[in-house]
Design a protein around this ligand. Structure first.
Ligand SMILES: *Cc1c(COP(=O)(O)O)cnc(C)c1O
Length: 405
């Protein structure tokens, strides 16, 4: 087989469909968020970033940077091994205690990323609970899907956020078998929110464990920033909560928080936890500082929500097709892969604004969009500039001003 020809043909097909991914090379500027330098063809230009998942700009908060610098100076770069073999640091342990406290759970366990936390936990539970069935929301993230697949447990998919459908599926299954119900709180492409408590109640009525991915909510919702389950007063109904240290907390790493036995089980049996080097101590220090800061500053969350509401208002007033969203995520409908890419290119070239196009398979075909993520540091003037730029691009490309989907 001509392997390179095979790879090339596949890439050509992606290009023809307008969904070949081109990465923008950005150089972030600590202290100047949301500004960054865009590198292309040997030139460098300053742009405004409107699609970062560094939702609260904690990735450059002085408290985080100082904690990281100090830990590098004191302890050096790497962790020195897996958590089993010389890699467990006092900072990892402290971070896990902090995360358990944040979520009101007995224990927490840190992984190298949120992806690995989802994949490892679901794989381990699905594989080791005898005859386990996993009930999964139709729009669950790839990391959960991969974990369920690798577990070889039976996977049943319920319609997105559909409590009745979940209930029907659970009622139709063998009540003796262990089961897990897995879903997210905030879905990151539409910005909608799950009926967390209602799904958990149905799951528990049928003897299932409740697994909730709060990746797009930790730091941003609830009085302490523990997520939407905290905001809605249903955190106690969640058996296993999963989060990331890389989005609102601005660093890297993922975690679960749950009962002591659950966490100890995953710690003891989870391949993706056991057989990989632990996060550097400086990362644990930065994440710890970030979680503590975000937890203690609810006004950050108020400002974040206010910024998102302002942007939605401004888009609506300008006749731009903002899609309905209950959260800080503000998708703007395009509905075509090639046009979506073109809109993103024009924003960058003509207006020095960076927004990544969101195409299939991240979202269904025909619902391609630009996904805006206003942060507490996106000011009114920047917002007005964005809205003017979008109007210019919409006019140039003849894009619809109503979301068709
Ligand atoms: C980004 C994301 C993850 C993975 O988290 P990382 O820390 O980036 O690996 C998991 N779940 C959802 C829903 C995500 O969007």
């Amino acid at each position: 087989m001509d392997y390179n020809a095979f790879f090339q043909a596949h890439l050509d097909r992606l290009r023809d469909e307008g969904r070949y991914r081109v990465f923008a090379e950005l150089e972030r500027i600590a202290g100047a968020f949301p500004r960054a330098r865009h590198h292309r063809d040997g030139t460098v230009r300053e742009v405004t970033v409107w699609c970062s998942n560094d939702y609260l700009a904690m990735g450059q908060h002085p408290v985080v940077l100082e904690a990281m610098r100090e830990a590098v100076g004191a302890q050096g770069s790497g962790a020195g091994g897996t958590r089993n073999i010389s890699g467990t640091n006092s900072l990892h342990a402290e971070l896990e205690r902090e995360l358990a406290a944040l979520h009101g759970k007995e224990s927490a366990l840190v992984f190298t990323s949120g992806y690995v936390a989802n994949e490892t936990t679901l794989q381990t539970l699905g594989a080791m609970l005898p005859g386990c069935e996993i009930f999964s929301d139709a729009l669950n993230h790839a990391s959960m899907i991969e974990g369920m697949r690798h577990s070889r447990a039976t996977r049943r998919v319920f319609r997105h956020n559909d409590v009745r459908h979940l209930e029907e599926m659970l009622a139709g299954c063998d009540p003796e078998r262990p089961r897990i119900v897995a879903y997210e709180s905030v879905y990151s492409m539409d910005g909608d929110i799950a009926p967390i408590g209602a799904l958990a109640d149905v799951a528990h009525r049928h003897g299932a464990l409740v697994y909730l991915d709060e990746v797009h909510a930790v730091g941003m919702y609830g009085l302490n920033g523990a997520g939407v389950a905290e905001r809605d007063g249903v955190a106690g109904k969640i058996d296993i909560v999963q989060g990331t240290l890389a989005k609102a907390f601005g660093v890297i790493g993922g975690y679960i928080a749950a009962s002591a036995a659950t966490v100890d089980f995953v710690r003891s049996c989870g391949s993706g936890f056991i057989f990989t080097t632990a996060l550097p101590p400086s990362i644990a220090a930065g994440a710890l500082a970030s979680v503590r800061h975000v937890r203690a500053h609810p006004e950050l969350r108020v400002r974040h929500q206010e910024r998102a509401a302002s942007l939605k208002r401004k888009l609506a007033a300008a006749g731009l097709p903002a899609m309905p969203s209950a959260t800080h995520i503000v998708p703007v409908f395009v509905g075509d892969a090639a046009l979506c890419k073109e809109a993103s290119d024009l924003l960058l070239e003509r207006h020095a604004i960076y927004v990544q196009p969101i195409n299939y398979p991240t979202v269904p075909r025909g619902t391609e969009r630009l996904r805006l993520t206003p942060t507490p540091l996106h000011g009114d003037a920047e917002m007005d500039r964005l809205v003017d730029a979008l109007r210019d691009v919409w006019a140039r490309l003849g894009l619809a001003t109503r979301a068709a989907a």
